[in-house]
Write a protein that binds this ligand. Structure first.
Ligand code: DNO
Length: 434
């Protein structure tokens, strides 16, 4: 792992006085749990040191209401073991209440879906949850070309290979005019790669690209993707952003009244795919959205892994400048690799160790602690920002278990442990790094 130079001004500034090192009071340690079918058990979460759970009702179709009963059932699944004993865990963050494609495109049933969204928020708030994550990515949520790239240490990780993605776009989906979107040398490499691909490799690539969260893109065929692209033909970034602001204008007053903190997850990867607009990829994108509908309920999920796939996203700086709006954090790291476009923005990357990769996670955590200290001083009730170790490499027994891609038990436990170490070190009153 490369040695990083840590911005000591951040670290000095964040170090709170008189903190008991045995007491984890800074940055709430949460963990994504997909429900009873998740291969990480509640006991696993307890042993990993998890304080609270992030979950969602993935089985409810996008656009439909999350009923009070369904929400209560998930609370019970989290707070109780099968024998009725308390787990000591609580459901603190919803990730996500999905925004339907109709809402993003403002067509078909979008108005009904917005009403359903508000009702879901009412039911969520009534159950005691205060933080709700969502995203505004058209068609595809997070996108990778390879879910099990072998690592030198014997583990595997998820990988976005730019050339494989261009192969999919130009030669598999065969999107009209796709070639116009890429530099010539990238197209040449993609053509050569495609010529060597077996049918099996093509099928695997196709499946990996549309692989999403449980219940999300399970059934998206090539023709479905083509049909979606057709529907976005007349929706450019400005139009999508305007639709996003309309959505926020509708739901943020409801969320504010309910005491909810909505927090938008960035695009992953943070650049356009398949000619689709992506509008939450940079600091400027976030600033635009928080300024357009100013409210404590209109906030950010800062995901260091998604945003870190672009070199021009300065994560510690974003946390310093936008920190007051950050309601939830995903901490992970990516390593950017070649090939890339000449401007360096679009390109390959893989999911590195949480403290490896290209983002300076130590300085980012320092900026988070600084924000929490500031909130605490000013009496903000939400000073303790929940974070989760986002994704993880598949390590040890993860390799046989093969759970939800990106969400292995051991790999995430390692990530959480490393992040916890940094948090403890930087928040220790006596021994903070200097
Ligand atoms: C990937 C996740 C995202 C995230 C959604 C939030 O692993 O971080 O899929 O849950 O984009 O709406």
């Amino acid at each position: 792992m490369a040695i990083k130079t840590v911005d000591c001004r951040l670290i000095h500034g964040c170090r709170p006085k008189g903190l008991d090192i045995l007491e984890s009071i800074y940055m709430k340690q949460t963990w994504r749990w997909f429900g009873p079918a998740d291969l990480t058990s509640k006991s696993d979460m307890k042993m990993a040191g998890v304080e609270a759970v992030v979950s969602a009702l993935h089985h409810i179709p996008n656009g439909e209401i999350w009923s009070q009963d369904e929400i209560a059932l998930r609370h019970q699944q989290i707070t109780k073991f099968k024998n009725g004993d308390d787990t000591g865990l609580t459901w603190d963050v919803v990730e996500s209440v999905p925004v339907s494609e109709d809402i993003k495109k403002q067509n078909n049933h979008w108005r009904e879906h917005i009403e359903a969204y508000k009702t879901s928020l009412e039911n969520i708030a009534a159950s005691g949850i205060q933080t709700v994550c969502y995203n505004f990515m058209p068609v595809l949520d997070w996108t990778r070309t390879d879910l099990v790239m072998p690592l030198n240490n014997g583990g595997t990780c998820m990988h976005f290979d730019y050339i494989d993605f261009v192969v999919y776009d130009i030669f598999i989906i065969a999107r009209t005019n796709a070639q116009q979107d890429f530099p010539e040398q990238i197209i040449d490499q993609a053509a050569k790669r495609f010529a060597t691909m077996s049918d099996e490799t093509i099928q695997l690539l196709t499946r990996n690209i549309t692989f999403g969260l449980p219940g999300a893109n399970d059934t998206l065929s090539l023709d479905d993707v083509r049909a979606h692209l057709e529907e976005y033909k007349n929706i450019d970034a400005d139009r999508l952003r305007a639709n996003f602001i309309d959505f926020l204008e509708q739901i943020i007053p409801t969320a504010e009244k309910l005491g909810l903190r909505m927090c938008c997850h960035p695009d992953d990867p943070p650049f356009g795919l398949l000619g689709l607009p992506r509008i939450m990829s940079t600091e400027q994108d976030y600033k635009h959205i928080v300024d357009a509908v100013p409210s404590p309920a209109n906030g950010i999920t800062l995901c260091s892994g998604s945003l870190g796939a672009r070199a021009d996203n300065d994560l510690p700086g974003m946390m310093q400048r936008l920190g007051e709006h950050v309601h939830f954090l995903h901490l992970r790291n990516v390593k950017r690799t070649e090939p890339r476009d000449p401007d360096g923005i679009r390109g390959s990357f893989y999911e590195a160790e949480h403290l490896g990769g290209d983002t300076d996670i130590v300085s980012l955590i320092a900026a988070i602690l600084q924000q929490e200290t500031k909130r605490k001083k000013s009496g903000r009730a939400d000073w303790n920002i929940p974070f989760r170790p986002d994704h993880g490499q598949d390590l040890m027994t993860d390799l046989n278990r093969r759970g939800q891609p990106g969400y292995p038990t051991i790999g995430r436990m390692r990530g959480l442990a490393e992040l916890r170490g940094v948090i403890r070190a930087l928040s220790h009153s006596e021994h903070g790094v200097s």
